[in-house]
Structures are given as C-alpha cells and as structure tokens.
Design a protein around this ligand. Structure first.
Ligand SMILES: [Zn+2]
Ligand SMILES: [Zn+2]
Length: 368
C-alpha cells in the first residue's frame, strides 16, 4: 500500500485482511499513467469469488493460492467496477473526463493473439486482475488502462453496469454460449447472482425458465419473477417439477452456476435429450459423472464458458441497452463505501440478489 504523504489527496479504500474483517483505510489517491484513466467509482459489485478468496479465508491463508490464484491482502479488492472518468493520463485516446465506463477486470498483456482478440482472460503472457493483483473497485478512485474500459450506454445505470462486468455478464454469456433461441426451455442450477442473471435474461428473451436451488430464500426471491418456476433439487419430485416447467421434455438449455459436483450432476440430469449444458460455476475439483447415462446416451452437448472477451462486454451492454432488458430488479443491496462491512456481512449471509457498493455524490471535477 502507498504511504499517505502530506499534501496529497487522500481517499477511502476497502481492504479485506481475512477472517471476515473489513477495513476502511485512508490512502493516497492514485494518478493515471501512460494510456491510463482515473475513474471516480460509482458502483462496485460484490462477487462470490471475493467471498471465497478474500473475505472468508483466515488471515494466514489470505496470501495462499485459492482457485489457483495468489491473493494479496494489501490490494484493494473488487473486480466489478463502473464509474466516471475524471482524468486521462498521457496518450489516452477515445476517452475523456465525464465518460461513463465499466472495467473489464482481466487485464492481459494486450499483445498476444488472445489479447488481440479481446480474450484477455486467455492471455498467453502474464495477466493482471483488477481487485486481485491490481487495485480494484472498492475505493473512491481507481486507475485502469483505457484499453480495459468499455462505454456504458446512458440507459444503463452504473450499478447495473458493474454487475454486467462479471456475475451478470457471465449469466448473459452462458445463454449466448448455449445458442439460446426460439422454442428453448432453460433450467438454471444455482440461484446466486450469476444464476439469477441467466434466469432473468432468459425470461426476458421469452422462453420458459426453471431455477433450481436448495436454499429456500433464494428460491423465494427468484420465484417473484413472474413466469419463472423454481424447484428444490432435494425434493423427491424435483425432476417431475422440472419436466412440468419445461414442457415435459427436460430443459433444452441448462446453465450450471453452482460449481458443486452435485449441481453439475443435476445439470446433466435435468437436461432434455440432445440438450446443451453450459457450465460456468467454479468450485469442486472432484466430479464423478456418469458419462454413459448422461452425456453419451442423452447425446448432450456440454460446454464451458469463462467470462467474456472485451468486445463481448461492449456488445453485451449495447444489446442490453437497445433491447431495453435489465437486471435492475435483481440489485437488492446498495451500500455506501463507509458501510462496506455491512455489505460484506449481508452478502456472506446469503441475502438473495446482488449487492453493490454505491456512490451517489456528485462526481468531483466533472461537469454535470
Ligand atoms: Zn466475479
Ligand atoms: Zn496477452
């Protein structure tokens, strides 16, 4: 962490040292370097991966590899960033103070073949991640490379935009990866922020949707969304409920977001014959799957999806804006940065819906 020097502007930043502790510290406001912008944060989403990697682990384990990634408690967390550009460093083109932006948090080298395609997440060199090894969104200001920013259309709130940069966008892209189309029915396994997003986008695309989650309050929340059926995978007649909700064939598209071995087995089970199953959830590394009875005999098409490319993120925001669809109703928790501890506690308790840190003061230095 940078020392706070006298005469420098200070700002607030959240740190997660482990053991479910949340510290709000005063730090020096960063300055944008070459091809970088300074963003006044307006929204920072809380993501499940932060819960598992940063918030819940014991202090002693906070630096060790989790999901294969080394974490650092001295780095400001938060990888779902949306805000307003307040300053541009040298050689920034295409962005100016006042622009509303969201940040693609996987910052690849920018030069390898995958980065040139916008797939920074598959960068063949070293990649940085905002909120993991680069300072993230849970501070008043963050620096990001101009390259990693996408424009947020005026009809999309910055709270929503932050959701789309990871959890919400993962739900959207899972449906895209499944090739969702007319006549499909969708089953979503796991109704956390990613599953809810997939279910909501599917509903708004006019197809039948059933959501599966063992947690009663998550089912209760998802069940409020009109046409959506919900089912408890632990119920003996779960399969009957799924068939009833999907026109008696099982779901032609299944989105697996739980990351558990049981959830993955369930995903294969609730799929219709020749269905497309898209797995996005991280978690269990030991998976015992009866390939013969599921993938082979049901002739399933099992696909993986891991976030989205930079151009995908821009296309997604533009599509969401032009079709007038939205995940607005799923954002249930909004907290100021001073209440970051309350936000993490609510998220940790499993409050349904999406939780974000939210700034609603005027953006300093930017004309209204
Ligand atoms: Zn995330
Ligand atoms: Zn690269």
């Amino acid at each position: 962490m940078r020392e706070v020097k006298e005469g420098y502007e200070v700002m607030r930043a959240v740190f997660l040292p482990g053991d479910r502790q949340v510290e709000l510290r005063s730090v020096q406001r960063p300055a944008p370097g070459d091809e970088e912008v300074l963003i006044s944060l307006r929204a920072a989403g809380l993501c499940g991966s932060d819960l598992h990697m940063h918030y819940r682990p014991a202090r002693a384990q906070r630096r060790g590899p989790i999901f294969g990634l080394v974490t650092n408690p001295e780095v400001v967390p938060g990888h779902e960033a949306a805000g307003v550009v307040t300053e541009c460093g040298p050689r920034v083109r295409g962005l100016k103070p006042g622009d509303r932006v969201a940040v693609h948090h996987m910052a690849g080298c920018g030069h390898c073949t995958e980065c040139r395609r916008g797939w920074d997440i598959n960068c063949q060199q070293r990649w940085g991640v905002y909120g993991l090894d680069l300072p993230g969104a849970m501070q008043d200001y963050m620096v990001a490379r101009a390259r990693d920013c996408v424009r947020v259309p005026p009809s999309i709130s910055l709270d929503e935009a932050s959701y789309y940069t990871c959890g919400g966008g993962t739900g959207y892209m899972a449906l895209k990866r499944a090739g969702l189309g007319i006549g499909d029915s969708v089953a979503v396994v796991g109704l956390g922020p990613v599953g809810l997003a997939a279910a909501s986008f599917a509903l708004q695309s006019g197809v039948k949707v059933v959501g599966l989650d063992p947690l009663e309050r998550r089912r209760g929340f998802a069940g409020q969304f009109g046409a959506m059926a919900v089912s408890n995978p632990n119920d003996a007649d779960c399969m009957t409920q799924v068939r009833r909700a999907t026109g008696h064939k099982g779901a032609s598209v299944v989105i697996e977001t739980s990351g558990t071995a049981a959830g993955r087995r369930l995903a294969l089970e609730v799929s219709a014959l020749r269905g497309r199953v898209v797995c996005v959830g991280f978690g269990d590394t030991d998976n015992l799957i009866d390939l013969q009875a599921t993938v082979i005999q049901k002739q399933l098409d099992v696909r993986g999806a891991w976030m989205f490319s930079l151009p995908d993120l821009q296309d997604m925001l533009d599509d969401i804006s032009s079709r007038g669809i939205s995940l607005r109703a799923l954002i249930t928790g909004r907290y100021g940065i001073e209440d970051a501890a309350k936000a993490w506690q609510a998220f940790d308790r499993g409050e349904p819906g999406k939780t974000v840190l939210h700034w609603d003061d005027e953006v300093p230095g930017v004309p209204a």
